[in-house]
Design a binder for this molecule. Structure first.
Ligand SMILES: C[S@@+](CC[C@H](N)C(=O)[O-])C[C@H]1O[C@@H](n2cnc3c(N)ncnc32)[C@H](O)[C@@H]1O
Length: 236
């Protein structure tokens, strides 16, 4: 997951307005933890959010994918941002943070309630007292809008993507073949496969409670990248 795909992730995400995204997160921090100074981006990917938040916070990032981190490292070299390779279900960077974030449905990459509980447990262990965790998840409606049939094409100027989507039990399976136009006007092919789980609000609330964290708010946002739900959870 996110290895070969890392090479074209930023091109694929070109439509995503990270500036808008980052100011939305800054507003949430201002509202729920204005004194927060240190921030960890869990599932930081290629570092697009960290680039935008590093002026306001002392930032760090963590991701499972070495390839995504290599790209983040190129962008953030000598910029005072620490990057870690690790699993969000069991990470420990040796530091504690005022704010932890996980954006662009990174949490939906977990595939069981146990994984979700492990995530909150690891987050709790790495938050300072009164620290907050902000993350977004997508729901079934989003998945249906994104994958309208078992198979469909997304044709863009410089790439064509063939998506195959299926569901079994409570998991979604996504396979994408990317055909990316190169300098020679031929196409390079990249393949990506991942599983996703749609957690409903009561499952998230239960996992939050089980870890003695408090849910401060759940906000729907459909202005940035489809309809998403942003949760803010606090350690106190
Ligand atoms: C949809 S991308 C989002 C990346 C970034 N947050 C953004 O907004 O562009 C999901 C990221 O989560 C990472 N990821 C998936 N499972 C993970 C895990 N268990 N621990 C840490 N990172 C994980 C992937 O490698 C990928 O970089």
């Amino acid at each position: 997951m996110y290895n070969n795909f890392a090479k074209i992730y930023d091109k694929f995400m070109k439509y995503c307005d990270y500036d808008q995204w980052s100011s939305y997160i800054k507003d949430k921090i201002e509202e729920y933890h204005p004194q927060g100074k240190t921030l960890l981006d869990l599932g930081c990917g290629t570092g697009e959010t960290l680039i935008r938040l590093k002026e306001n916070f002392q930032c760090s990032g963590l991701d499972l994918s070495k390839e995504m981190l290599e790209i983040a490292h190129k962008k953030l070299k000598n910029k005072g941002v620490n990057l870690f390779m690790g699993d969000m279900r069991e990470f420990n960077t040796g530091e504690k943070y005022d704010i932890i974030i996980s954006l662009f449905d990174t949490v939906n990459h977990l595939t069981s309630i146990e994984d979700l509980e492990d995530l909150f447990s690891a987050v709790k262990g790495s938050l300072n007292e009164n620290g907050i965790y902000i993350f977004d998840v997508v729901d079934r409606k989003f998945m249906e809008a994104m994958f309208p049939g078992g198979i469909y094409y997304d044709e863009r100027k410089d790439m064509t993507i063939i998506w195959e989507h299926s569901r079994e039990d409570d998991l979604d399976f996504v396979e994408a073949n990317f055909f990316v136009k190169n300098k020679n006007n031929t196409y390079d092919k990249y393949k990506e496969y991942y599983e996703k789980k749609i957690f409903d609000r009561s499952e998230i609330e239960k996992a939050v409670k089980k870890n003695d964290l408090s849910l401060l708010t759940v906000a729907k946002n459909d202005k940035i990248a489809g309809e998403r739900y942003f949760y803010v959870v606090k350690k106190s």
